[in-house]
Design a protein around this ligand. Sequence first.
Ligand SMILES: O=C(O)c1ccc(O)c(O)c1
Ligand SMILES: [Mg+2]
Length: 682
Amino acid sequence: MRRSIATVCVSGTLDDKLTAAAAAGFDGIELFENDLVVSPWSPAGIRRRCADLGLTIDLYQPFRDFEAVPDELLKANLSRAERKFEVMAELGTDTVLVCSSVSPAAVDDDDLATAHLSLLADRAAAHGMRIAYEALAWGRHVSTWDHSWRIVQQADHPALGLCLDSFHVLSREIPPDGIAGITPGKIFFLQLADAPHLRMDVLQWSRHHRLFPGQGAFDLPRFLGLVLSAGYSGPLSLEVFNDVFRQSDPARTAVDAMRSLTLLEDRLATLPAAPRTSPTPASTAPHASTAAPHASATPPHASATAAAPHASASATAPHASTAAPHASATAPHASASAPHAAPAVQLADRPGVRRLPPAPRLTGHAFTEFAVDGHSGPELRSALRGLGFAHTGQHRTKPVELWEQGACRIVLNSAVTHPGPAAISAFAVTSENPPLSLARAEALSAPAHLNVREPGEAELAAITAPDGTSVLVTHPGDNWRSDFLPTGTPAGPGAGLLTVDHLGLTQPFDHFDEAGLFYHSVLGLEHLPTEEYAAPYGLMRSRAVSDPQRTVRVALTVALLRRGEWAPAVSDPQHVAFATADLIATARALSLPPLPVPANYYADLAARFGLTDDFVATLREHGILFDRDPSGGELLHLYTPVFGGRVFFEITERRAGYDRFGEPNAPVRMAAQRHRRLTTTP
Ligand SMILES: O=C(O)c1ccc(O)c(O)c1
Ligand SMILES: [Mg+2]
């Protein structure tokens, strides 16, 4: 399938946008009128530039406020349209998007809208062009996909079809199911956008908060499945209005966008097989002869479907019952199409649908590496010792140390070129099939590079995450430890730390959604519910990803707005959380004072959860924080101060299936770390 991206998705001038789209591997673009208007290039020049980059212009958009208006306005609108058709001819594009009118001049009259759109389609057809009519969710009289489809059906014009935009469809309550029954060939264009669930004005929601598929809450695989079931074979085009993407590096945004489409196509495989759409009679043809370029576009679908070798076999309906989830979806049309119904088709098996190497099962954290310098190195060493770690290995050729306790492994790497605060520079996870993990990463535009190494050293391939962290994928049996000479100090039980519970990675503001999609798609981790909380320096958002077995958890956090100027320069620390089976015993065994927690916190804790005085006193004695989830799972956890300017540690004890990260306690931690920094910095 062809992949396109609307120029509105990315930042910059038209040239920046085109270059980014081409570099990321897109086949085409939707050209936004505004990008054309501000461009120094002529339409023909834009066409040449696109051709040079291997891009087609798949859609020109938008044309606004056209239909169901008084005669005078209609005249003006038609002459405006003529000008646009001329521009489109120069651009070499044949489809224009017409959004449902938002004009106060528009009247609520479907017959009039139909008549006007037919008139426009006549004019378009005379130029060899066609109209894709899109119901904006805030359209004045037409705001749902089914309403726009009724009008398109009523017009029954070969040069008038639908533009379906997942945002407008899925942001409304009207179920999308009937989309599968739309006449083949009548969906002229498909726009894909995801979005978080937000209770807000739908126009604001659409213009500021759209996301690439897989980054939000919409069920886009199912939506795409419905559209493909209706025989759509045009481009999959991303149309994402997002305030952050509009001001981020377009090259990166375009890669993120392509990754989202690749994952979405692959997710089609998870859909139940859908019944093949029957050949609904194509539009009867008063306009057929005028609609030259697309007259032929419609029939191939119809005839291909009609000629399907399975057409008659399906009448025996062995698949009809297996297609349950979609059977009801197509219900209104099902009876009409039943005699022609073909066997269920796996949409993902269609030619041109990309499939990804499956994400192999992850089995845990192999190690976490900190980059340290002459200042932060000693601080981290002493912190690790205080937590019960032992320095067990020294790298054969580099200033790199291995520290261990239980199955927790920390690597301190002093081979840094730029001194600065300590940072989590890399983390390694174990995979049942690292080569497959790397192949998947490559297919998702996240190619691995080999770590610099010396002869005889373990080969570790690293994928670069959006924040620059190297993600290494190793096999549990890989002998990366043989790169380290034993120091002779054994890793003892220490303070009872068992494994890495999670990593906490604060993300750069511009790359938060990109990071979520990266870990979700590349490592196959699932998103856990997003949380927001009020922290001392502003509102924070936290979104964790994890494998189903919870052996690899990464909590991504970001400030909801770009950080204000007054917050300390280094206010976004990263951390490693270790799991223990008994936090109170572990706390007693530590030779490192935990982060002091204010008495007010414990008073509130007792009031909120009805804990016994004794228990609260014990928590307080050890600086342990507490949380309980609605199903009774409990978290006991403690934090350390910040070391090396930027990193800290956490120790967790999860009870009764607690599955979150103690987010309500994060502001307490942040305030305490801030307080400590103020009181201990000279
Ligand atoms: O917000 C808008 O105006 C707008 C314009 C064109 C579209 O395709 C769309 O989905 C929204
Ligand atoms: Mg749209």
